[in-house]
Design a protein around this ligand. Structure first.
Ligand code: F0G
Length: 417
């Protein structure tokens, strides 16, 4: 097993730091042992042990060499794929499925990457793990570090992450440092801390995070009897998922396990869309922006995995799209009212599918999987603000405000009629 720099192509034997000398990010290069769909199918019946995890079920495609004893798992994954008529109507696409990554143990997709990267941290003897986060990475890292008895240090932008996520990092016992700045400032500190203070970095800069997140694609394909959809639509912030999805599809094709890869649509919030600008403007280099969006999870102006993500979009004939805060919150309200529910950033995928359909990019009869990245309860403040009209600037289309009624049955009857 080796690492490869996605920028200069250099091959590297061991992870000393998380970037190449040229500044490029690294990816894991596997020599795959025998991997077959039959093995992945047979593990669906496991009730115990690491293979019941929706990540480690695909161990041969993710971390073939690690010993089972080093694996730190909750387990994670095994998230549902939903179809809801209301979401199909809203997007205008008949077959939309929602892959709900908010059903992971700490409420977001991050657990898939974290189980792999924390296992690797344990295997390599790390003692202090660290991440910068808009909230979900810190919640996930704190939980897995607690399980593995590692010291955890999280750097979050002060006052910028939702309480659900902050509560998790505090409760799981991480050292929480609120940085006076945004996510990109926190990310810079973590990178510096990696070389100067010996932090083992658990952001998706760590290529093992990306390995774990490939399992979103493996699992959704398995749930569809290995029949790829036409599109996978994913919210995009730091671009770890977009990077992971492309690598997953490239490797599945290489191994002859799937023939036709779906196209990837990567969706950014309009106010935090450096990747969209790069792709749309056919630029050679990402230009960082000052991010602003109600979807705090993807409020990122300088995403670390842009180069890998660009490969994904190129290789899958994919697209990058932007959606406004209003479109995000309205799409979220529709997903929520369908009984499924998600956090604001997650709904960027559904808002993106709608926009791409209206633009004639996604056809009505194409099969689309929208990834919902986080749980509804991660950001209750945003949900309540939307429904109570506190987000007036967004002109909510589906507000469902609570009403104050006297404690009198007749008044309540009137109010309900
Ligand atoms: N959705 C949610 C709910 C997220 O928390 C994130 C990223 C994304 C989408 C974007 O995914 O970075 O792979 O493009 N959250 C990170 C964090 C940055 O710190 O929790 P990406």
């Amino acid at each position: 097993m080796k690492y490869r720099c996605v920028r200069c192509g250099r091959s590297i034997d061991a992870l000393n730091g998380f970037t190449c000398g040229c500044g490029g990010t690294l990816e894991v290069v596997h020599e795959f042992p025998e991997a077959s769909l039959e093995v992945f199918e047979s593990r669906l019946s496991h009730r115990d042990g690491p293979f019941r995890s929706g990540v480690w079920r695909y161990k041969e495609l993710i971390h073939p060499r690690i010993g089972v004893d080093s694996i730190v798992t909750r387990p994670e994954g095994n998230t549902n794929l939903y179809r809801r008529a209301g979401v199909s109507r809203y997007t205008g696409v008949e077959c939309v499925q929602l892959k709900h990554e908010g059903e992971n143990p700490t409420g977001s997709f991050k657990d898939r990457g974290m189980t792999v990267a924390v296992s690797e941290a344990v295997r390599s003897g790390a003692r202090v793990v660290a991440c910068a986060s808009t909230g979900n990475t810190s919640a996930s890292m704190a939980a897995y570090a607690a399980q593995a008895c590692l010291k955890a240090v999280v750097f979050i932008p002060e006052g910028e992450i939702s309480y659900g996520k902050l509560a998790q990092a505090l409760a799981y016992g991480a050292n929480v440092i609120q940085v006076k700045g945004n996510f990109d400032d926190a990310m810079r500190i973590v990178k510096e801390g990696s070389s100067e203070l010996g932090f083992y970095v658990l952001n998706s800069l760590n290529p093992w995070r990306v390995e774990g997140q490939k399992s979103i694609v493996f699992e959704l394909l398995q749930q569809r009897d290995w029949e790829p959809p036409d599109w996978i639509v994913v919210p995009a912030g730091n671009l770890g998922n977009t990077a992971a999805f492309g690598k997953a599809l490239r490797e599945l094709k290489q191994l002859g396990l799937v023939e036709n890869a779906p196209r990837i649509a990567s969706i950014q919030a309009e106010g935090a869309s450096p990747f969209y600008r790069l792709w749309r403007g056919k630029l050679n280099h990402l230009e960082a922006v000052k991010p602003e969006t109600v979807a705090t999870a993807i409020k990122i102006g300088n995403p670390v995995s842009w180069m890998k993500a660009l490969n994904t979009i190129r290789e899958t004939d994919g697209v990058v799209e932007i959606v406004s805060d209003s479109e995000i919150m309205d799409a979220k309200a529709v997903v929520d009212a369908s009984g499924v529910g998600c956090e604001p950033a997650s709904a960027a995928s559904v808002a993106g599918a709608k926009k791409l359909h209206e633009a004639g990019v996604i056809d009505r009869d194409e099969e689309v999987v929208c990834v919902l990245t986080g749980h509804l309860l991660k950001d209750p403040e945003a949900t309540v603000s939307y429904h109570t009209g506190a987000m007036e600037a967004l002109r909510p289309s589906f507000a469902n405000p609570p009403r104050v009624v006297a404690a009198d049955l007749r008044r309540i009857e009137e109010a309900l009629s």
